[in-house]
Each structure stands twice: as C-alpha cells, then as structure tokens.
Design a protein. Structure first.
Length: 107
C-alpha cells in the first residue's frame, strides 16, 4: 500500500493525468514503481539475512511486465508468475534481464 491508490478510483480518475503530466513515470498498476521496488529490496535483504535460501517472487500483472521483470531481477527475486497469455513475453523479458545482470556482474 505504498501509494494507497484504489485501482478503480485511480485508473478511472486522476492516474492517467498523473502519468501524462509526469507526476508518475508509469501506471503503477502496470509497471512497478521504483519506490515500491525499493521497499521490495528491503524485504528481500532482510528476509535473506535471516534465511539465505528464502525463495522470493512476484505474481500478478507485474509478473508479466518486461520493465517490472527487469526490476525484480535486479533486486534478486527468484521468479515471476503471470497469467498464461503473458508467459511468452515474461520468459523473454526474464532471460534478457538475467543476461543483463550477468553482464553487470562481469564488469
């Protein structure tokens, strides 16, 4: 509940204007906002500090969004889950994100 938006109220009202006016970089119901990813990273770090083998992932609409998948890879999530029709895009995005992370580690 980082933003405290009701999806029905936000998307039916002010949210598109916020994106158009660049108050928000993207619709947070479609692509994970960096503020949310920051909170997720805290949870990943604290969870793994207690239990290093903790398996963490995300499911839902964000699990099928390529930009969100890349963010999940960067913070160390183990998996994403999404609806069946989004699986091909999600698999490609996950592979691209994993390759980008591997290239970053090699630098």
């Amino acid at each position: 509940m980082t933003f405290g938006y009701s999806r029905d109220d936000a998307e039916g009202g002010f949210l598109l204007k916020y994106v158009e006016d660049k108050i928000l970089p993207a619709n947070p119901f479609q692509t994970l906002d960096d503020a949310v990813v920051g909170l997720m990273k805290i949870a990943v770090d604290k969870g793994r500090a207690t239990r290093p083998d903790l398996e963490l992932g995300i499911c839902g609409e964000h699990g099928g969004d390529p930009e969100s998948i890349a963010k999940c890879e960067r913070i160390g999530l183990d998996y994403v889950s999404c609806s069946p029709f989004r699986v091909p895009v999600a698999r490609l995005a996950a592979a691209q994100a994993a390759l980008a992370s591997a290239a970053e580690r090699e630098r």
